[in-house]
Write a protein of this length. Structure first.
Length: 284
C-alpha cells in the first residue's frame, strides 16, 4: 500500500473523529451520560458484528485488564464530552491530547519505562500551551478546563493499560469491552436525566458511534500499512478539522493566545512522536 493511500486513511480517520466532536457539541442540551450511551451502543453493532464474523472469542483472555480499560475509558470519554459543553470544541480536543504526558508519567512510575530528557522538554512545551490557554485566554472556562484535564489523565491511564494488554487480546475485543461497559454505565447513569431525543437528535446520537467506529477503523488501517513515524503526527489533523467546524458551525472564537496555546500543545506532541520514531529507527 502506498503512503498516499495511508495518508488518505488518516485524513478519513481524523475527519470522522472531528465530525463526532462537533456532533457532541451540537447535542449540548443532552446529558453527557446519555451521549456516552448512544455513542457506545451504536458502535457495538460494528464491534460485535466483526467479532462474530471472524469467530473471535468475545470475552478475550485478560478479562480483568479489559474491564479496567473499559472503566477508565468510559470515565475519560464522559469527562471529555462534558467539557465540550463549556469549551470551544477544538480547544477541548487539543487539551485532551496532552494525555501522552500523563501516560509517560505513569509509565515511569508503574512500568519503570525510561523517558528521555528531550521528551520531557517536548512535554513541557505542550504543558506551556495549557498555561497559555488558561493564563492569557480570558474566554477559557475554568470548569471546562478542569473537566478536560481529568479526561486527559484517565486517557493517559488507558494508554498504559493498553500497553499492558499488548497483543494478548485482539484490538476489536479491547474496543468491544470498552463499548459494552460504556453502554452499561452511560445507560444507568443517564436514567435520572434522560431526555427523549426528538427528530434529528436520534440521527445525531446514533451517528456518534458510526463516526467513532470509522475513525478508529481508518486509523488502524493507516498504522497497519505504514511506519508509525509516517502517520502518527497526522492524527493531530483532528484538531484542525474540529477548529474549522467549530468556527463554521458554532461561531467559536479563537483568540491569538488560544491559537498559540493549541500550536504549543500539538507542536510538542508531534515533536515527541517524531523523536520517538527516530530513537526506534536508531535502535534497530
Amino acid at each position: 500500500m502506498t503512503i498516499k493511500n495511508t495518508i488518505k486513511f488518516m485524513i478519513f480517520s481524523t475527519l470522522a473523529f472531528a465530525c463526532m466532536n462537533v456532533t457532541v457539541k451540537y447535542l449540548v442540551n443532552v446529558d453527557a451520560f446519555q451521549i456516552v450511551f448512544f455513542r457506545s451502543l451504536s458502535s457495538l453493532v460494528f464491534t460485535f458484528g466483526f467479532l462474530l464474523k471472524h469467530k473471535i472469542p468475545i470475552l478475550g483472555n485478560q478479562k480483568k485488564l479489559l474491564i479496567f480499560r473499559g472503566i477508565v475509558g468510559v470515565t475519560s470519554m464522559t469527562f471529555f464530552f462534558m467539557s465540550i459543553k463549556y469549551l470551544p470544541v477544538a480547544t477541548a480536543v487539543s487539551l485532551r491530547y496532552i494525555a501522552p504526558i500523563f501516560a509517560a508519567f505513569f509509565a515511569v512510575l508503574f512500568l519503570k519505562e525510561r523517558v528521555r530528557p528531550l521528551q520531557w522538554l517536548f512535554f513541557i512545551m505542550s504543558f506551556m500551551g495549557v498555561l497559555v490557554l488558561k493564563g492569557f485566554d480570558e474566554q477559557l472556562n475554568t470548569f471546562g478546563l478542569l473537566l478536560v484535564l481529568i479526561a486527559a489523565v484517565f486517557s493517559g491511564i488507558v494508554y498504559i493499560t493498553i500497553n499492558k494488554i499488548g497483543t494478548g487480546d485482539h484490538p476489536v475485543v479491547v474496543v468491544n469491552y470498552f463499548m459494552v461497559i460504556a453502554t452499561l454505565v452511560g445507560g444507568v447513569l443517564s436514567i435520572n436525566n434522560w431526555k427523549n431525543p426528538v427528530g434529528l437528535e436520534w440521527v445525531l446520537l446514533f451517528s456518534l458511534g458510526v463516526f467513532g467506529y470509522f475513525g478508529q477503523l481508518y486509523m488502524t488501517k493507516a498504522f497497519q500499512n505504514a511506519a508509525t513515524n509516517q502517520v502518527a503526527s497526522l492524527k493531530y489533523m483532528e484538531v484542525v478539522f474540529t477548529l474549522i467546524f467549530g468556527i463554521l458551525l458554532f461561531n467559536d472564537i479563537y483568540t491569538v493566545w488560544s491559537l498559540l496555546g493549541i500550536v504549543l500543545i500539538i507542536g510538542g506532541l508531534v515533536l515527541n512522536v517524531l523523536y520517538k520514531a527516530k530513537i526506534k529507527q536508531e535502535s534497530n
